[in-house]
Design a protein around this ligand. Structure first.
Ligand code: ATP
Ligand code: MG
Length: 268
């Protein structure tokens, strides 16, 4: 395997009596498109919540490579300061299963808010040197337009985010995440609610994120043809445990994986 960008070790999360994650370990290779799949309630979103600082795992390590070493985000999240900001600074961005945009702001403003960390830093210098703040602001606007164009929303910059179609809101969420200049983007069910054409366009966009924009992609998705079509490595969760981790071909023929999905259909 190419050197992992992310190495999750023995992650354990409890909600009351439920073990949502039961010693989950997996790796995400740098530059890969890796999928995290599994039946409803398997713990997929909980993994993302740990990776992005929304929850602090009770046990385990989340090692994010940095230079020659790695930092453990679980340990760092023990500090006082908000976990999500710390993780964003470390270079992990996410989208949400239930879209979370600022519906009353314009599409462009949503992308500027995402970049506020860079802008704030320059705001301080702005009092001292107005030109540098103006420059940073102009760069943020340019970068936002670049991502609007890349995701195909260029004509919608001034619309309210809440007025966009569902498919376009999903694209805007991806653009917003990319505006934080992440090394790893975590997409939680990006194809949910999309029609087949939009799903094909999403597949192209995800491929481009990796190949042209050099970001590592970790994607949760129930659409199996999308998952099998774009990912080179798949991790399967069931009842909070990793039951398989392999390439798409091997996953499709893994009896444990088939049993987990059939079992979940029986219950439905
Ligand atoms: N904040 C929470 N409080 C209590 N229980 C939770 C919480 N978040 C998740 N859970 C429980 O943890 C388990 C895993 O949930 P999670 O949302 O991670 O599943 P998932 O694999 O993302 O499912 P889906 O495919 O339906 O999105 C479920 O039993 C869920 O009810
Ligand atoms: Mg989920």
């Amino acid at each position: 395997m190419v050197q992992p960008l992310l190495q999750v070790e023995n992650l354990l999360v409890r909600f009351g009596g439920i073990l949502a994650l039961n010693h989950v370990s997996f790796a995400v290779a740098e530059g890969s498109i890796t999928a995290l799949i599994g039946p409803n309630g398997a713990g997929k979103t909980t993994v993302f919540n740990c990776l992005t600082g929304f929850y602090r795992a009770h046990e385990g390590r989340i090692l994010l490579r940095e230079g020659e070493g790695a930092r453990d985000l679980v340990r760092e999240l023990g500090g006082f300061w908000g976990g999500t900001h710390r993780v964003a600074r470390a270079g992990i961005a996410r989208t949400f299963q239930n879209i979370r945009l600022f519906a009353d702001m314009s599409v462009l403003e949503n992308l500027l808010v995402a970049q506020h960390r860079q802008l704030n830093r320059n705001l301080i210098s702005g009092f001292l040197q107005l030109a540098s703040f103006r420059k940073a602001e102009a760069e943020a606007i340019d970068f936002a337009h670049f991502w609007l164009k890349t995701v195909g929303l260029e004509g919608s910059a001034n619309q309210l985010a809440g007025a966009l179609s569902y498919g376009n809101q999903r694209r805007l969420e991806i653009a917003r995440s990319m505006c934080t200049r992440p090394r790893l983007i975590c997409l939680d069910e990006p194809a949910a609610g999309l029609n087949p054409k939009e799903t094909d366009q999403l597949a192209e966009l995800i491929r481009a994120l990796r190949s042209e924009h050099k970001v590592t992609v970790l994607v949760i998705e129930h659409d199996m043809s999308l998952v099998m079509g774009i990912s080179e490595h798949i991790i399967v969760l069931n009842y909070g445990q990793v039951i398989a981790a392999a390439d798409p071909q091997a996953i499709q023929h893994d009896p444990k994986v088939l049993a987990a999905y059939l079992g979940s259909e029986d219950q439905a």
